[in-house]
Each structure stands twice: as C-alpha cells, then as structure tokens.
Design a protein around this ligand. Structure first.
Ligand code: CA
Length: 477
C-alpha cells in the first residue's frame, strides 16, 4: 500500500499528521525548511512549457512554476557543466573556486554551502551527476555517477563504492533519492541535491520514450539558418547541427541521398526528438518526487528548486551545445516552490545568477553568509520584495578554449537592455547587442557610432564588475 493510500485508509490527511511533533521533522527543524535542489544537465528553459516552449510539454516541472515562482532572468556565469556546479556549491566565480573549465578538479577542501548546512544541523545528500572529479565533501550521503555517467545500466559510486544498476539512469537516480528521503533521519531538516545526467549529449532516451514525437515534425527555431554575419567567433565554432553532430549523437545513418538543407533538418529532428525524450523522463521522475513530498506531508516545509546547470542551443543559431554568452545558453531555468513564503504562480524578472543559490540556501537555513560568497540571497525576491539596490548587470567569463566545439574565450557584461562581449586569446573581437531591438543577437552593433556612448558605459561597468568579483585572470581592457 502506498503511503498516501495508507493515510487515506486510516482517515488521516498528511496535514494532520504533520502537526504531531517529530513525525516529519517539523518540530526538530525549528521551522527551518528542507531544501530539495533539482538540477538537470543542459536543459534549456525554452524546452519547458512553463517558459513557453513551442516544442514540448513538461507538466510536472510546470507544477513547480504554478505552485511557486518562475524566474525569467536567471543567468550562469560561465555556460559549461563543471564550472556551473562549482559556482553553485561555493557561491563564488570560477576564477576563485578554481573550476574555470571542465578539465579542472574541484578542490573539495574549500567552503561550500552543504558543509555549512551540515554544520547547522541539516542532513545533506547528493544523488546523481556530480562531474567535479574529486569526491563530494560536505554530504552525509552521496551516490554519484562517475564523470558523465551513462544512460543505460549506469554505474554509480555510493560513498566510495562502485555498483552497477540495471535500468535507465533518470529512473535510477530518482529511485535512490526517494529511498534516501524515506530512510533519512526525520528529526533533522534535509538538503538533497537531486542531479540528473539528462538531457546531456548524446541524448539516449528510455525505452518507453523511444517512439515519443515519432510522427510529428519539431518546429524549427527562427535563427536555425543563422549566417553569423557580423560575429566572427560564432562563425568559427564546431557545434553546428549541419556539420558537427556525430554518428554517436544521431545513432543512425541519415537516409541515403539526403543533402543540404534537407539533411540539416533531418539531423535537427533526430537531435531534438532524442533530447526531448530525455526531458520527458526527467519530467516524469520529478513528478514522482513531488508526489512523494505531497504524500509524506513535506510539501509545505520544503523549498523545491528546479534548474539546469546552464542553457543550451536547440537548433538556435544552427547549433547544439552551450558555452557562448548569447541568451539561449546564458539563461538557466529557475523555478522555486515554497508555499510558506512564495506566492503561487508568481513570475520574477530580476537579474539573478547561479552565484545566488548558495546564499539563498544559507538564508533559508538561518546561516549567515560567509564574506567570501559573492552572490545575494534570493529570499526577498522570492517573497516579491526585491531590494531596491538589486543588481542590474551581470558578469560572465568563459575559458574552455582551445577545446571541443572551439568556442573562443570571452568575457562580458549584460545589463537589462545591452550585452557587451570581448572574445580574446587568439582573437580580439568585440560584440555589442541591443537586446530590446535585437533579442536574437543577430546584429552586432559594436563600432556603430550610434552606440559609442553606450559602449563606453558598458566598458566601465565591465571593469567595475571585474574588479568587484576579483577577476584578474586577464589584463584590464
Ligand atoms: Ca551542462
């Protein structure tokens, strides 16, 4: 008998049980909420229906938005896997936490929010993708995929012990989370980091989703045939749908005789359908966990966060992958539900960063933010009370070059209306976008006299942010 059915059969709603001290940890946690941090890998916000996706539906993820807050301007500070994870754990930019690209091993001896939560009496756990090379620290329980992990019959490392599990990775990670939630010490509040591998490349769906979307044509993004005119770094990448998806990505040979635009479209359909099938399994599994929280009476006292380590190109600009400071990969989905403090169905337009996650969790736990953490707590924005001096610009720095996909090193500043980017290393190219007039970033207006004053202001702001965050990895402009 499921727990929910059991409660129903004995005539007790979850709410009445939760009133009893100690039953669900409410009393012992002294009102401090549990934290369930759900993170996927490479799930772009434009593949969630609550963000207006034109290509799929995510009913369970949408529940978090409907019952909580959707952030429309959440950005990462470096759009690539391991660096985003390190920023989230430390609340510090990559040049300070050390993980500037995927090649670096995370130094687990440094200060992270799970360590502080643990010290404050939280039970901490991470299950799923870790991707930081060193063993997790600051967790009472960890069960992670080695490196990227695999989609089918994955090996996982549970507290140092490797074990292979039959089945589909998204289901298995969820099973481990649910087991941990059921077996944890109910007298303490918990912080669970529930990290999926999906929908990371090479997008292998679960058997049950193999035919999903089979008979439909996924719509093409408006910038599918971008010619990269005015953008030299964009023109030099190796992440195009047309030329850089491999046999492993496509998992079959294209039909014979297909060339040019028709072949590019065929590849896009293969790529997107498998990507969206992987997302479908994430959506189902998040639904299982939300159902568990409901049934266990944990909904009211648990902050549920859904995000992805960064955004992704879903054929936008003719690409897959991420890395660039352009909108599709810079933007992260961010949904937060906490009925005690967040108005259901609210939408936030403030500029928030992955840098803010650690300070937010500490704030909920009543732990003071250490000085070295560079983000700001989102607790007031979550209550609909954003401070008047909230940030109006953000700083970005991408380092992984030369490397896979050949995206040039760059740093930049984004304000509410403009974005200024400097590509460097073996190139010296500036780009400026007026996001109000050109939201798709097709028209680089750097050097246009009309924007001379704006450009100067943005360079000043860029230098201010580099100084504020202590980024001296490159000489000043
Ligand atoms: Ca990623």
């Amino acid at each position: 008998m499921k727990r929910r059915e059991f409660l129903k059969s004995v005539g007790l709603g979850a709410a009445s049980l939760a009133m009893r001290p100690g039953v669900f940890g409410e009393e012992a946690s002294k009102g401090r909420p549990n934290i369930l941090f759900i993170m996927t890998d490479d799930h772009a916000s434009h593949a969630l229906s609550c963000y207006g996706s034109k290509i799929n539906k995510t009913p369970n993820l949408d529940r978090i938005a409907r019952e909580g807050m959707r952030f429309d301007n959440c950005f990462c500070t470096n759009s690539i896997c391991a660096p985003c994870r390190a920023v989230i754990l430390t609340g510090k930019y990559g040049h300070l936490n050390g993980v500037i690209d995927n090649a670096v091993q995370f130094d687990g001896s440094q200060l992270t929010f799970p360590k502080l939560l643990q010290k404050a009496g939280y039970q901490t756990a991470i299950v799923g993708k870790w991707h930081l090379k060193s063993d997790p620290t600051g967790f009472d329980y960890w069960n992670i995929l080695p490196g990227q992990g695999v989609y089918h019959d994955p090996v996982m490392i549970e507290m140092g012990q490797r074990k292979k599990y039959p089945g589909y990775v998204t289901d298995i990670i969820t099973d481990h989370c649910l087991r941990w939630l059921k077996e944890r010490d109910g007298s303490k509040p918990f912080c669970l980091m529930y990290h999926h591998k999906a929908p990371h490349r090479n997008w292998q769906p679960a058997e049950r989703h193999a035919k999903l979307y089979e008979d439909i044509e996924i719509p093409y993004p408006e910038t599918f045939n971008d010619d990269y005119k005015t953008r030299s770094a964009a023109a030099q990448t190796e992440m195009t749908i047309e030329r850089h998806l491999t046999r492993s990505d496509l998992k079959m040979d294209p039909p014979e005789g297909l060339t040019g635009e028709a072949l590019k479209k065929w590849k896009y359909q293969r790529y997107m359908k498998d990507y969206l099938r992987c997302v479908a399994a994430v959506d189902e599994n998040v639904g299982r966990v939300l159902d568990y929280l409901d049934g266990a009476g944990l909904k009211e006292n648990t902050v549920v966060i859904y995000t992805s380590d960064q955004g992704f190109y879903l054929g936008d600009h003719g690409w897959f992958d991420k890395r660039f400071m352009y909108e599709e990969s810079l933007r992260m989905p961010l949904l937060v539900r906490y009925p005690k403090e967040i108005k259901a169905g609210s939408v936030n337009k403030d500029m928030v960063l992955n840098l803010d996650f650690a300070p937010t969790f500490l704030d909920f736990a009543g732990v003071e933010k250490p000085k070295e953490m560079q983000g700001q707590s989102l607790r007031l924005p979550l209550r609909g009370k954003t401070p008047e001096d909230w940030r109006t610009s953000m700083y970005y720095h991408y380092y992984e070059y030369p490397a896979v996909h050949m995206v040039k090193r760059h740093y930049g500043v984004r304000t509410q209306r403009y974005k200024l980017i400097h590509f460097y290393h073996d190139i010296d190219a500036w780009e400026l976008y007026d996001l109000q007039k050109d939201p798709q970033e097709l028209n680089n207006v750097y050097g246009n006299p009309e924007y001379a004053a704006i450009t100067n202001d943005l360079k000043t702001e860029l230098n201010r942010l580099r100084e504020k965050y202590g980024d001296t990895t490159r000489a000043a402009i």
